[in-house]
Design a protein around this ligand. Structure first.
Ligand SMILES: C[S@@+](CC[C@H](N)C(=O)[O-])C[C@H]1O[C@@H](n2cnc3c(N)ncnc32)[C@H](O)[C@@H]1O
Length: 308
């Protein structure tokens, strides 16, 4: 059975009143939620969201709780999924970002650079833009920027150039086709450590699914959905995601917004969050041995401030 990333740490912060209302923004295989359900009473209410309809179909039959409501949608629209009674009532919210093991393991979804498949990478297959559209239609500069920014790939320019050159003859349509273009574009001595296509595939996935935009849009809505004292728990797998979460938490936790030179504070600013994890929580050695996919996971938690 798949063990969810930072399982014990997530439950420690996500779980509060066993009769409360909970939100799982990224249901995936339901690993974290299954764990949470073990601690909840039958009268608890749970909203679980995933933008991937196939993931929902796969996971739904494995979860049983009378108060569970599943939504096929993007958490960037969280407000729309909450009833008026649920708004401001959540005991805990979890976002476990990125792709699920199910998505990575389903060859034909095109997330894996190890397996031949159509170059797709859409989490929500109702959306029109696939990874193949990006590699075949973006300019060299746009591709280079995406691969460099979202993939932190030092050979982004070389890879973008190789993609554009290749597609002069024919369109790029499969994962292994792209993977071999990338491999050729990277100097031989840098191909050894990790798979040469890893960073570019990550970058394209983030771009196709507009992952950073969704995260930024969802954070204020998540704060609004929490009750005072409720916790927002976010697991990121990428430095850009982590930076967005860290910055948002810090901004919401400020106690003063007076100009820095002003000697006495008179802004009466009220923070909305208290940062619970000063430093992000990382998986330990044991977890990394069992689950190498937890490698870059970081958990940050903030608590909604009680309004006095
Ligand atoms: C890492 S998995 C979650 C794994 C889950 N916590 C578990 O323990 O099995 C992330 C899931 O979130 C979904 N997802 C990613 N971005 C999303 C978004 N913006 N809105 C809704 N679901 C999203 C993905 O489709 C994927 O199934």
């Amino acid at each position: 059975m798949h063990i969810p990333v930072l399982r014990n740490e997530v439950i420690k912060y996500w779980l509060g009143d066993p009769h409360g209302f909970y939100i799982d923004c990224t249901l995936g295989g339901g690993g974290h939620l299954r764990e949470l359900l073990q601690h909840l009473s039958a009268d608890a209410q749970i909203l679980a969201i995933d933008k991937d309809g196939e993931v929902l179909q796969e996971t739904a039959p494995t979860l049983a709780h009378p108060g569970l409501r599943l939504v096929h949608g993007d958490f960037k629209n969280l407000d729309q999924f909450l009833t008026a009674e649920e708004q401001g009532q959540a005991e805990g919210i979890l976002m476990d970002l990125g792709v699920s093991s199910f998505q990575l393991d389903e060859r034909e979804r095109g997330f894996s650079y190890h397996e031949e498949a159509e170059l797709d990478m859409r989490m929500n297959r109702d959306q029109p833009i696939k990874a193949s559209d990006l590699v075949n239609q973006l300019t060299q500069e746009e591709l280079s920027r995406i691969i460099f920014t979202y993939g932190e790939e030092r050979f982004a320019r070389q890879i973008a150039r190789a993609i554009v050159k290749y597609r002069e003859d024919r369109l790029i349509s499969t994962t292994l086709e792209l993977s071999s273009i990338i491999k050729e574009a990277i100097p031989a001595r840098y191909r050894r450590d990790k798979h040469p296509a890893r960073r570019t595939f990550q970058a394209l996935r983030i771009a196709v699914n507009q992952e950073l935009e969704a995260l930024e849009a969802s954070l204020p809505q998540a704060v609004g959905a929490l009750k005072p004292g409720g916790r927002l728990c976010i697991i990121t797998f990428h430095s850009l995601e982590d930076r967005i979460v860290k910055k948002f938490f810090a901004e919401q936790a400020r106690t003063c917004v007076c100009p820095p030179r002003q000697p006495v504070c008179n802004c009466n600013y009220r923070p909305s969050l208290e940062v619970v994890t000063r430093k992000a929580i990382l998986p330990g050695e044991v977890e990394l041995t069992i689950n190498p996919r937890a490698r870059s996971a970081k958990l940050r938690v903030a608590r909604k401030i009680e309004v006095l």
